[in-house]
Design a protein around this ligand. Structure first.
Ligand code: NAD
Ligand code: ZN
Length: 380
């Protein structure tokens, strides 16, 4: 691998030329990493709903042509100037939000919102020089959330790379680089349900089911799953979900249904849908006096959250989180170890697998509501 260091690499990437149009497999040039950057060989990537939102660009700022992808596992190919804690050959997970280790957020025990590297969905270039490292015949192609893993090689800021146990199978732990850690951490690190409590999970995709897994690990007595897609309910039982509510089956708002089921509301709720209506329901369905709701879904850019302020006076708490409050470099290696120690099962989240050349199928599965996570193998 050392032979490619410092050189432009030509490789395959799945390029989104226009919103909502199938990705096109192209030969791209990937420039060498600059200061504080690393170039990764991606071995496995998977599709998260956040990729789909920004690819559809219905309620998000469009930026094209772009290389999407942020849930992945790979190996360091080469490092730029100033990179001291990674070397070629290291096994890594790239993460859409970073950790510079120097700012007030990185030094705070409470925050993972790094001043320098926190998620930025509108920026399509690298921080160092404001340029892209991808091009096709000299024409730049934009990055996505600093990761762009739908490419055989990508360039990422060192602060967005978690070095993990080289024995961990990358085709499984790649899903920890976004969705599963996000859902798990939203429950364990942010909602923090007590043993025996009731928890509602809105949205039973991979993120929501990982949040349910967190509730199970925390010892919740009832885990109420809420989804518009009834097909999700059977699968959710494997993740400890004990009861189901489909808002479409009721004439009244789902928060009222949940209040009736639980004698006034749940102790904790975690929203993993991206729908602002579900966010409002998730907040309003928690019990007054102590209930805590955590928002995880990515809203549309013009959404506004509307609730009566009396809900807050009545001591319901509203929170939100990116990446489950985990600091990517400091905390993610330990989440990988949870899988290695069999405290966390990842296989049940992986419902599909496709080769890189068939990547558009992964989008179809997610849009049909058939998949949790679809692994995309880069070598095929
Ligand atoms: P997914 O599409 O697999 O799952 C979403 C589920 O929500 C689907 O089953 C869908 O039927 C359901 N749903 C949609 N609207 C609903 C509503 N109004 N009420 C009830 N259920 C509804 O998506 P995913 O990959 O699991 O991601 C879930 C959300 O989490 C997305 O919004 C994604 O962008 C977001 N996300 C956030 C972070 C973060 O750090 N905050 C990280 C990863 C993903
Ligand atoms: Zn994601």
């Amino acid at each position: 691998m050392a032979s490619t260091a410092g050189q432009v690499i030509r490789c395959r990437a799945a390029v989104a030329w226009e919103p909502g149009k199938p990705l096109v497999m192209e030969e791209v040039e990937v420039a060498p990493p600059q200061a504080m950057e690393v170039r990764l060989k991606i071995l496995f990537t998977s599709l998260c709903h956040t990729d789909v939102y920004f690819w559809e660009a219905k309620g998000q700022t469009p930026l094209f042509p772009r290389i999407f992808g942020h849930e992945a596992g790979g190996i360091v190919e080469s490092v730029g100037e100033g990179v001291t804690d990674l070397i070629p050959g290291d096994h890594v997970l790239p993460v859409f939000t970073g950790e510079c280790k120097e700012c007030r957020h990185c030094k705070s025990e409470e925050s993972n919102m790094c001043d320098l590297l926190r998620i930025n969905t509108d920026r399509g270039v690298m921080l160092n020089d404001g340029k892209s490292r991808f091009s096709i015949k000299g024409k730049p192609i934009y990055h996505f959330v600093g990761t762009s893993t739908f490419s055989e090689y990508t360039v990422v800021h060192v602060g967005c790379v978690a070095k993990i146990n080289p024995a961990a199978p990358l085709d499984k732990v790649c899903i920890l680089s976004c969705g599963i850690s996000t859902g798990l951490g939203a429950t364990l690190n942010v909602a923090k349900p007590k043993m025996g409590s009731t928890v509602a999970i809105f949205g039973l995709g991979a993120v929501g089911l990982a949040a349910a897994e967190g509730a199970r690990i925390a010892g919740a007595s009832r885990i109420i799953g809420v989804d518009l897609n009834s097909k999700r309910f059977d699968e959710a039982k494997k993740f400890g979900v004990t009861e189901f509510v489909n808002p479409k089956d009721h004439d009244k708002p789902v928060q009222e249904v949940i209040a009736e089921m639980t004698g006034g509301g749940v102790d904790r709720s975690v929203e993993c849908t991206g729908s602002v209506n579900a966010m409002i329901s998730a907040f309003e369905c928690v019990h007054d006096g102590w209930g805590v709701a955590v928002l995880v879904g990515v809203p549309n850019k013009d959404d506004a959250f509307k609730t009566h302020p009396m809900n807050l006076l009545n001591e319901k708490t509203l929170k939100g989180t990116f990446f489950g409050n985990y600091k990517p470099r400091s905390d993610l290696p330990a989440v990988v170890e949870k899988y290695m120690n069999k405290e966390l099962e990842l296989e049940k989240f992986i419902t599909h697998e496709v080769s890189f050349s068939e990547i558009n199928k992964a989008f179809e599965y997610m849009l049909k509501g058939d998949s949790l996570r679809c692994i995309i193998r880069m070598d095929a």
